[in-house]
Design a protein around this ligand. Structure first.
Ligand SMILES: Nc1ncnc2c1ncn2[C@@H]1O[C@H](COP(=O)(O)OP(=O)(O)O)[C@@H](O)[C@H]1O
Ligand SMILES: [Mg+2]
Length: 368
């Protein structure tokens, strides 16, 4: 998957600008606050309908404007695809794939695959389990529409089940709960099976990437315990039994205490919990290794790499690791952002150098 062009109109600090990317490594460079991360954000938004840094769509509309849009054209194994998102201050966003409006995020997802990493992604290692579930959800939703739909349905039913558990009418609870449990079980099984498969594929690759980026000094081990294994029907059976056994406890707590909404991923480095004992640099390498592994899982599933977006990552690494990272990504289209780069770290690897100033593209050069 390769993004060919990106057009930004009234998006963040851009008024009207078009980027043309090369198939290999692209570096967006410029001083602070010029629009590098904004451009990186726009690509990921186009792929997922989700901004890693805006919780409301209208925040991305250029200050003082009513509406804006992002258009991207990408090449994939299935041909060319164009995706457009229009945002406004007042209305919901509108999405178009090859010129045809799509009404659901599920129809936007999967058209252009991407993996996004920026320094804020450290939260993946440092913060709550929710951040790790979000990682799995965003990744798996891009890979599978049925996962995305199962997740939406699961969350809906979970909210209804939790509401019911807070009801005072025990008769009503006992009568209605089995209906919610059946729905919850059905979607939980889809989610659990997909996460199991994803993590069993991802973990060994991430562990290997981490060894590479740390020069073999650190051994990363990834552990997950969904507690359910096998095919969907086996998972469903076991999960439903656990819901039934947990009924009294859930009733006392007033919420559903088991399920994919409670999943977590554990990272250890040389045997120690990376969340608690890892240095910031080590945690960053764990998060980066996970993202590189995620890119590999796209490749095994779809036969091609996603667009890899690495925002502000180079500056955080020493020269040697920068070099290792460039080697690791040279086989896929990668968009780096950086305030400054030294040509020497690219030696042998051609790249396209795009300079940005105040929301304008200043120059574009191919460097061999
Ligand atoms: N909705 C918006 N409208 C106009 N400018 C914005 C908007 N959101 C952010 N900006 C501006 O974008 C700039 C930051 O751009 P960013 O891409 O994060 O910079 P960097 O090049 O350092 O990555 C800031 O000057 C900020 O004010
Ligand atoms: Mg930035």
């Amino acid at each position: 998957m390769k993004i060919k062009s990106l057009k930004l109109k009234n998006f963040r600090n851009y008024t009207d600008e078009t980027f043309n990317f090369s198939d290999g490594i692209n570096v967006l460079s410029g001083e602070n606050a010029q629009g590098k991360t904004n451009a990186a954000e726009a690509i990921f938004f186009l792929c997922t309908g989700y901004s890693p840094r805006a919780n409301r769509d209208k925040l991305v509309v250029k200050f003082g404007e009513d509406s804006g849009e992002i258009t991207g054209v990408a090449d994939s194994a299935y041909g060319e695809v164009s995706v457009k998102i229009i945002f406004s201050q007042t209305d919901n966003k509108r999405m178009f794939v090859n010129g045809i409006e799509v009404l659901k995020i599920s129809e936007l997802l999967g058209n252009i695959h991407s993996v996004f990493f920026n320094p804020a992604e450290l939260k993946l290692v440092q913060e709550s389990p929710e951040d790790r579930r979000r990682f799995m959800n965003i990744s798996l939703s891009q890979m599978s529409k049925s996962y995305f739909r199962a997740l939406q349905n699961y969350n809906k039913i979970l909210a209804q089940r939790n509401n019911l558990l807070k009801d005072r009418d025990i008769g009503l609870i006992k009568e209605t709960l089995p209906v919610w449990d059946a729905g919850l079980t059905k979607y939980a099984a889809v989610i659990i099976k997909a996460r199991n498969a994803f993590l069993s594929e991802l973990s060994p690759i991430a562990e290997e990437k981490h060894a590479l980026l740390s020069d073999g000094r650190e051994k990363l081990v990834i552990k997950t315990e969904s507690g359910y294994y096998g095919e969907e029907d086996e998972i469903a059976y076991a999960f439903n039994e656990d819901l039934k056994t947990g009924f009294e406890r859930d009733l006392r707590l007033g919420y559903t205490s088991i399920g994919p909404h409670r999943d977590d991923i554990k990272f250890t480095l040389n045997g120690e919990d990376a969340r608690v004992f890892g240095s910031q640099g080590q945690q960053r390498t764990v998060a980066l290794s996970l993202k590189l592994a995620e890119a590999e899982t796209f490749k095994t599933r779809f036969g091609e790499y996603p667009v890899l977006i690495l925002d502000d990552v180079l500056s955080e690494l020493d020269k040697k690791r920068q070099r290792q990272l460039i080697d690791a990504v040279s086989k896929m289209q990668t968009i780096f952002t950086a305030t400054g780069i030294s040509r020497s770290i690219f030696k042998g690897t051609p790249y396209t150098h795009i300079t940005i100033k105040e929301g304008n593209l200043k120059s574009i050069k191919t460097i061999n």
